[in-house]
Structures are given as structure tokens and as C-alpha cells.
Write a protein of this length. Structure first.
Length: 128
């Protein structure tokens, strides 16, 4: 790594996104958790008899958790990132995202529902 700032970025990414996601998924394994993800995982473990069936439930949740934590780190100002749109315009993700990127991602009808071509679950669809 020739650029001395890259290790700083790597450390923040691993601590604020990867490690937080691992802890969050570990919490979903708690048998007493009432979190929708934990309930879904427990149900999959009871219903599915094979690893592939369980993994089909877990994989989207884990991916969404990592993306949520990345966006949350941006919203909280821990990762200061800009995005260059196809028009060439650069935006400050924290400022222009109004600190709401993580909410827009995970909220009911959020980005996975809007843009993903893969399976996803809306844990907030029953909220008014």
C-alpha cells in the first residue's frame, strides 16, 4: 500500500462495517432474540433439513446487514465518501444523503425492494 491513508480507510471499513456486521449477525443467533432476522433464521433452521436451504435465508440478511452498516458508517460521518454520478456530478454522501442512507436502504420499500433482482425481505412492511 503506497498511499498512507489507505490503511486508515481499511481500518475504519473493517471496524465500522465488517466487525459491526459480524456482531449483529452473531446477535441474530441468540435464541432469545425477538429481532425479525433472528426469528427468520430460527424458523429456517427448524424447517430446512439442508445447509443450502438455511443459507438461502441467511445470505440476503447477511448481505443487507453489511450494506446497512456501510451506509450507517457514512451517515454517522465515520467514512467520508463521495459518489460520482454518471453525469459526472460528485456528491457528498453524508451531506446529500441527509444522514439517512441506511434508513432509505432498510426501510419498508427500501432500496432492495426498489432495485434488487435477488431475494429480499421487508421486515417493516407491517408498520404503518
Amino acid at each position: 500500500m503506497s498511499n498512507s491513508e489507505i490503511p486508515e480507510f481499511a481500518k475504519l471499513l473493517v471496524e465500522r462495517v465488517r466487525d459491526v456486521s459480524i456482531r449483529s449477525c452473531d446477535q441474530a443467533l441468540n435464541p432469545n432474540s425477538n429481532d425479525p432476522v433472528a426469528k427468520r433464521w430460527r424458523q429456517a433452521a427448524q424447517v430446512q433439513n439442508d445447509l443450502k436451504g438455511i443459507a438461502r435465508v441467511l445470505i440476503p440478511d447477511v448481505v443487507d446487514d453489511v450494506i446497512f452498516n456501510l451506509l450507517d458508517a457514512i451517515d454517522d460521518g465515520h467514512l467520508k465518501l463521495t459518489f460520482t454520478a454518471s453525469s459526472g456530478k460528485q456528491i457528498d454522501l453524508k451531506k446529500d444523503g441527509l444522514g439517512e442512507l441506511a434508513g432509505w436502504y432498510m426501510g419498508s420499500g427500501g432500496w432492495p425492494a426498489m432495485y434488487s433482482k435477488e431475494r429480499s425481505t421487508d421486515d417493516f412492511s407491517d408498520l404503518p
